[in-house]
Design a protein. Structure first.
Length: 111
């Protein structure tokens, strides 16, 4: 969540108004929250320290499909490969999950 909050600060400094949601669990997803977010935002960026398969991003896409809401979704995840040992911060940095990268993805979607 810290990376997303820091990315939000970057976006705020560029005149954007991001929303950061801390999902404390994957199941059950708050369907009303997702429906509201999809209605109020141009896109949703999911950042998770997991691989793409079976993660929260996949669950969000499935839920949005089920509630018939269409919104652009980008998922920033760990690569589907062996990750070296290190601290959580080192591993996220090595995998490109940084505040700068999250802000860059959002800025690209805002163009």
């Amino acid at each position: 969540v810290k990376i997303c909050l820091d990315a939000a600060e970057i976006l705020l400094s560029n005149g954007h108004n991001p929303t950061v949601v801390n999902l404390r669990w994957v199941r059950p997803l708050d369907r009303k929250l997702l429906k509201d977010l999809a209605a109020e935002h141009q896109f949703i960026v999911v950042v998770e320290d997991h691989t793409i398969c079976g993660g929260v991003g996949s669950a969000i896409l499935e839920t949005l499909s089920d509630i018939e809401k269409t919104v652009c979704v980008r998922i920033i995840v760990l690569p589907d490969r062996f990750v070296e040992h290190g601290s959580r911060a080192e591993l996220l940095f090595d995998c490109g999950i940084t505040k700068e990268h999250v802000a860059q993805v959002c800025n690209k979607l805002l163009r």
